[in-house]
Design a protein around this ligand. Structure first.
Ligand code: AMP
Length: 283
């Protein structure tokens, strides 16, 4: 596995791979790898001849009051994990390599970026779309892999790809969880012991709503109520950011449920913001 830090070095290597007829899969990440990232890397490695992982804590997707400075970083550890997952190139640029001081061009998917996480993180998806498009232009992948844990992100990226006719296929990988159900996240490292012991109840509340859905309940408010009631009993320190039931593709709020919807939620537990989602569907 090669580790490269400059755009020109990455471009030169990728060009040589493409010239030799290799297909390329990209998995964009912010590092501090866990089994969710590993799943993305292994999926990418299965789908293309060469696997590129970008490791970049993207400053433009963090608001000034968010955790950009505190975000966990460990390149040496991450490089070992990436190599073991079959990654061929770890592209790990410094912020100055990606954003010039006079940067002023942004990519936005405004409507799909407004609700859910966008409501409390207004510039977040603008930062995400801009870095992802830059990474696409630098690496020119045939395939890019995103995690379903960040459902809104992959939906917004799919729309950007469609709207801008980008020649890349977006593939998603299912959410990887701890044995107790907590979705893996680099931010789980912020949880203290008490918060960590409560955190699995976040997903369990969503499973309670899924169960009601599978029993036939289609009233959006009653389904939300099911999760909220579970959390108020089992997750006393959780502060709700949002609970929404939306169309999985367009992210529009649904008032009437039919056979498929997405329950997406965010809570704050201490200083940590946790997000998760679950498809409400009949299997
Ligand atoms: P991050 O490094 O947190 O920006 O995440 C990089 C990629 O990994 C994104 O596409 C995420 O959706 C994906 N990802 C993060 N956590 C998980 C998880 N628990 N399961 C599957 N994919 C994940």
């Amino acid at each position: 596995m090669q580790i490269l830090k400059t755009i020109s070095d990455a471009r030169a290597l990728l060009k040589s791979w493409r010239d030799d007829g290799n297909s390329i899969a990209l998995a964009p990440t912010m590092g501090y790898y866990h089994k969710g990232h590993e799943k993305l890397m292994r999926t990418a490695a299965e789908l293309a001849d060469k696997t590129v992982v970008s490791l970049f804590v993207n400053p433009t997707q963090f608001a000034p009051n968010e955790d950009f400075a505190a975000y966990p970083r460990d390149l040496e550890r991450d490089a070992k994990i990436a190599e073991a997952c079959g990654v061929d190139l770890l592209f790990a640029p410094e912020p100055g390599e990606i954003y010039a001081t006079d940067h002023q061009t942004w990519v936005e998917v405004p409507e799909m970026s407004q609700g859910l996480c966008g409501a409390s993180r207004p510039a977040h998806f603008r930062g995400v779309c801009t870095i992802v498009l830059k990474l696409f232009m630098i690496t020119r992948p045939n395939i890019a892999v995103f995690g379903e844990k960040d459902w809104q992100q992959q939906a917004v990226i799919k729309r950007m790809v469609k709207d801008l006719n980008l020649p890349v296929k977006i593939v998603t990988a299912p959410t990887q969880r701890e044995a107790d159900g907590l979705a893996l996240s680099s931010r789980n490292a912020y949880l203290d012991e008490i918060e960590r012991s409560q955190a699995p109840h976040f997903y369990r509340g969503m499973l309670a709503a899924l169960k009601r859905f599978q029993q036939g309940e289609r009233d959006v408010n009653l389904l939300k109520q099911e999760a909220l009631a579970y959390w108020s009993k089992n997750l006393p320190d959780g502060r709700l950011d949002y609970i929404s039931i939306v169309d999985p593709d367009t992210l529009e709020q649904l008032s009437r449920l039919e056979n498929k919807a997405l329950l997406a939620c965010a809570i704050r537990l201490g200083k940590t913001r946790l997000i998760d989602n679950i498809l409400l569907e009949i299997k």
